[in-house]
Design a protein around this ligand. Structure first.
Ligand SMILES: Nc1nc2c(ncn2[C@@H]2O[C@H](COP(=O)(O)OP(=O)(O)OP(=O)(O)O)[C@@H](O)[C@H]2O)c(=O)[nH]1
Ligand SMILES: [Mg+2]
Length: 391
């Protein structure tokens, strides 16, 4: 599957940059293209310069709202982010049109954090505009949710998230939710290492996007997972997970592969990888709420067989009994067996519901505060009315 990837704000831009790196990896190790164009859009010039793989020209790193913000961001005011995106949308659309192999792209992927100003404000507006203009291609969103400590220290974090999520939900074909907090659970040193978190966020997409683009027979599975399967799966609220288990690299000649014990080891490894994927989902959710699901098994060709694939399918069916499940196998990896899982069309997501509930109670406070700021500004102006001005 080939994507046009556009990141908004600091977080969105960096994750899009990571997708550009993923494409570079696919190109050099697999001779495959999975990203036809990667763009970063921001009100903050410094953030744009900090990227490394997205091409550095102004058509790929797009500064918006320069006049309004002086290139310094919108300071978490997502209404302003939305307004600026709307005003400068032509700039963004023009850039997308210049994508070299635009017509080969299967879908758009727009990325932003929900808690900031620029990204969370711009992503619903641009999703809507791109959908209107390119009705034949699905538009997907990745929305990165804030860390716990951000939620507890700043109300605006929750409010912005609720507003962003509600808005994208009415325009995007699917919204892949990524909870930042999930990535520091195991390794708290990651808190300070966004680059590592971003690499973990995009990793599950590598095999998923590559599998359908393979041209060589030896890398095409018995059941190839292509763009069509992914498009059929992605609807509404979505989470993604990835798990792996290592295989012995060398087999001794007297080891019999057809030995039933070996076979049960392979199954065991497969289940272990799927367990990993399910426990590392990008956001905690209940798999029973999923109406669609997909899994992709990647392993050395010799390690894969229909039994293993079926076993994994049965296992996922138990976990997500309501879901229509699609699957594929991808004979690629060496010394490793990995499973990518998508749960989609989730009926309900607790975290999103919580954001909505908490924000509803915050709205009066936030409105009050905005009024206060306005009246304070008014007071200062009033106080200065008798002072002469040099202008
Ligand atoms: N995973 C990840 N999260 C990030 C990254 N940078 C920022 N965040 C998160 O994104 C949220 C803040 O959004 P930003 O993207 O910084 O905000 P912005 O869209 O640039 O908006 P303004 O700076 O307010 O104009 C917070 O929850 C951060 O924890 C990143 O590189 N990776
Ligand atoms: Mg910013």
């Amino acid at each position: 599957m080939k994507l046009v990837v556009i990141g908004f704000g600091q977080c969105g831009g960096r994750v899009a940059d990571e997708f550009a790196r993923l494409n570079r990896r696919a190109r050099s190790y697999r001779r495959i293209e999975i990203v036809t164009g990667a763009f970063a859009v921001n009100t903050d010039a410094a953030d744009l310069s900090g990227l490394s793989t997205i091409r550095p020209d102004y058509r790929h790193r797009i500064l918006i709202g320069g006049r309004k913000t002086g290139g310094h961001g919108v300071g978490k005011i997502n209404e302003l982010g939305a307004e600026i995106a709307r005003e400068d949308s032509d700039k963004i659309i023009d850039a997308i049109r210049s994508t070299r192999r635009f017509f080969e792209s299967d879908a758009f992927l727009l990325i932003a954090a929900s808690a900031g100003g620029t990204g969370s404000g711009a992503i619903p507006i641009m999703t809507q505009l791109i959908k209107e203009r390119y009705g034949d291609k699905p538009v997907y969103n990745i929305i990165v949710l804030p860390f716990e400590h951000e939620e507890t220290t700043e109300e605006r974090t929750i409010y912005n998230s609720a507003v962003c999520l509600k808005s994208v939900n009415s325009v995007a074909d699917a919204i892949i939710l990524i909870d930042n907090q999930r990535y520091i659970r195991k390794d708290s040193s990651l808190r300070n290492n966004m680059a590592q978190i971003n690499a973990l966020i995009v990793e599950p997409f590598y095999n998923l996007l590559c599998a359908g683009e393979e041209k060589k027979r030896k890398h095409i599975g018995a059941r190839m997972l292509d763009a069509g399967d992914i498009i059929q799966t992605l609807v509404g609220w979505t989470v993604i997970g990835y798990g792996k288990s290592l295989l012995p690299l060398i087999r001794l000649p007297f080891e019999q592969r057809r030995d039933f014990r070996k076979k049960s080891t392979a199954t065991h490894k497969g289940i272990q990888a799927m367990d990993g994927a399910m426990s590392e989902l990008s956001l905690k959710c209940n798999p029973q709420d999923a109406n669609r699901a997909l899994y992709l098994l990647a392993a050395p060709a010799k390690e894969m067989n229909m039994d293993l694939i079926k076993e994994l399918g049965d296992y996922l069916k138990d976990l997500a009994p309501k879901a229509i499940i699609r699957n594929g196998d991808y004979p690629r990896e060496k010394g490793m067996l990995d499973v990518t899982v998508i749960l989609s069309e989730l009926n309900t997501v607790e975290k999103v519901r919580d954001y909505y509930n908490i924000s509803a109670s915050l709205i009066p406070t936030i409105k009050e505060r905005q009024k206060e700021i306005k009246s304070k500004l008014g007071e200062i102006e009033d106080a200065s009315k008798d002072i002469p001005s040099l202008l």
